[in-house]
Write a protein that binds this ligand. Structure first.
Ligand SMILES: Cc1cc2nc3c(=O)[nH]c(=O)nc-3n(C[C@H](O)[C@H](O)[C@H](O)COP(=O)(O)OP(=O)(O)OC[C@H]3O[C@@H](n4cnc5c(N)ncnc54)[C@H](O)[C@@H]3O)c2cc1C
Length: 518
């Protein structure tokens, strides 16, 4: 037989097999999609949920409560209902407490042995100072924060959400989002009996935290690991000033101590390299004793070492940052750490998240049908713009404050670090202004710029004193350059236009920082 003829036949066979396969696969997909749509419609007829929330951490639980209060049927799926034991979210800023009360969740900070916080106690090179949250701002709430065990707070939020009849809080691990023509229709999950199952709703909210897997298919943003937080608990002890967050400006970065219950003190510190001493073979404990503890002031050192000596479990948590971007897909919203992260040094992740929930729930409230993708998209654009002045201010402050705290042999950097300590020690309106900013009591971009500018100027003043020499002038110029390098990338990432929009800032202040508490 002619070889050319055989080749033509083989080619035709190949084309036929390929076409057949493509036809059947597409058909199967179509059938599956129709089946899913049928199940979704059936669930809606049977009174299925209006919203699915993935994750019942701080954000998922608070959002479930807010949406259910507005009459929505909410299905929350959480992979582990046990009390979380973790080293994050242990301090609620005064601004966060205001948001919590506006959401009607202020009682979740009760009965968990939370400790009142009035400000910071700062230590550097043998000197110390204290800075308090101011009482004389226009802040419409009691100007104090709370320290607590994060897991106890999360359990209270979960209880509060599930106390509403229209919230169904179920244990299960969400595997994937169910999509139809680019619109998210629901989720597949493994329930507590180990069965693979599905849930459908017009809107899905992904709130699965800093290690979110679902985020990747929805957003373009990438989380950057900036440092490692290492910590443990010293039990049965009390700090001399339990109402202060003790911030020790150490090397290579900071250390912290704070009273998370009437008897427990959280001790932690930061390392910058990913080559960390091993916890399992005891290298980390030795490192803490030999390198970090000697930098802790003598009066705090016994408490700092107690947890280690008693074999308290050492935890390591990544500090990440990630600017916010809106989801590419319809029918889904991403919130919390899955949406936006900043360095945790100013302890404000929960505050930004609660503020986001307040904005979003108010914007969604008038919508009759959460399945109206265009209206939800409009809401999300407004949400993104409205949150900017507050979230971008807090994020920029957190990220730049962290960079200033890193110890360095560079004179310009060190002058800025010292300048920050001096600024918080100076008392008066400078200290109270910066503390109002840190506490989320006055999260205005212009206030942020003002304080960062004055800190840089006074650091330059210190560098030039007692009189300017060419070398001092050179270091001062480098300091100015450094402060711009620290600030500008964060501002770019946040989107300076929306951050500085006077309309958004005014609308945010009027609606969300105002005195009325719901
Ligand atoms: C070291 C460190 C310290 C911090 N300290 C503070 C602080 O003091 N104050 C502050 O305000 N903020 C702090 N933050 C930030 C704060 O903890 C977070 O912003 C906040 O917890 C985010 O809440 P979330 O609901 O997004 O995530 P989480 O509270 O982490 O909740 C996510 C939930 O989703 C669940 N989940 C995950 N995947 C799935 C899945 N596939 N299916 C079902 N459920 C799932 C998880 O089990 C979890 O319960 C800190 C952060 C870090 C890293």
């Amino acid at each position: 037989m002619d070889m050319a003829f055989v080749e033509v036949c083989l080619r035709m066979l190949l084309v036929f097999v390929l076409s057949w396969t493509i036809f059947h696969v597409t058909n199967r997909k179509k059938k599956k999609a129709t089946k899913l749509a049928d199940v979704a419609t059936e669930e809606r007829k049977e009174g299925g949920p209006d919203v699915i929330i993935v994750g019942a951490g701080v954000g998922g639980s608070a959002l479930a409560y807010a949406l259910a209060k507005d009459g929505r049927r909410v299905h929350v799926i959480e992979r582990d209902m046990r009390e979380p034991v973790r080293m994050m979210g242990e301090f609620m800023q005064p601004g966060g407490r205001l948001m919590l009360s506006k959401l009607g969740l202020q009682d979740c900070l009760e009965e968990i042995d939370a400790q009142k916080s009035t400000g910071i106690r700062l230590f550097k090179d043998g000197k110390e100072t204290a800075a308090c949250f101011p009482v004389d701002t226009n802040f419409p709430y009691e100007p104090s924060g709370r320290f607590f065990h994060n897991g106890r707070f999360v359990q209270r939020l979960r209880q509060k959400a599930s106390s509403l009849p229209n919230v169904r809080l179920e244990e299960g691990t969400v595997r994937s989002l169910i999509e139809e023509k680019g619109v998210v229709k629901g989720v597949t999950y493994k329930n507590s009996s180990g069965e693979e199952t599905t849930s459908f709703a017009p809107l899905t909210v992904v709130c699965d935290g800093c290690h979110s897997n679902l985020r990747r298919s929805l957003n373009d943003n990438n989380a950057e690991v900036t440092a490692y937080e290492i910590g443990y608990i010293s039990r049965n002890c009390r700090l001399e000033q339990p109402d202060k967050l003790h911030l020790i400006m150490a090397k290579p970065s900071f250390a912290m101590m704070y009273q998370i219950s009437s008897t427990d003190v959280r001790c932690n510190f930061e390392l910058l390299s990913k080559n960390l001493p091993s916890v399992s073979n005891g290298e980390m404990a030795s490192f803490v004793k030999n390198s970090i503890a000697p930098q802790v002031p003598l009066k705090l050192r016994k408490t700092f070492l107690k947890g280690l000596d008693e074999g308290s479990h050492i935890k390591i948590t990544q500090a990440k940052r990630m600017p916010a971007t809106l989801s590419r897909k319809k029918g889904v919203i991403v919130l919390g750490d899955a949406f936006n992260m900043r360095h945790p040094v100013i302890a404000s992740g929960m505050m930004v998240l609660l503020s986001d929930i307040l904005i979003l729930s108010r914007l969604l409230k008038p919508l009759g049908n959460l399945g109206d993708e265009n209206k939800v998209s409009e809401v999300m654009k407004s949400f993104y713009a409205l949150r900017k002045p507050m979230s971008a201010t807090v994020n920029t402050l957190g990220n730049s404050f962290w960079q200033v705290l890193i110890a360095s042999t560079d004179e310009a950097r060190e002058a800025m670090r010292q300048g920050c300590f001096d600024y918080l020690s100076s008392g008066g309106f400078r200290t109270s202004g910066l503390m109002a900013l840190i506490g989320g009591m006055n999260p205005r971009p212009l206030s942020l710029f003002y304080h960062l500018f004055v800190i840089s100027l006074s650091s330059i003043g210190q560098l030039l004193s007692p009189f300017p020499t060419p070398l001092r002038v050179w270091h001062s110029l480098r300091l100015l350059d450094l402060s711009l390098k620290m600030l500008v990338p964060h501002l770019k990432a946040e989107g300076i236009g929306q951050m500085l929009s006077p309309t958004n800032a005014a609308a945010y202040r009027k609606s969300y920082m105002a005195a009325t508490v719901v």
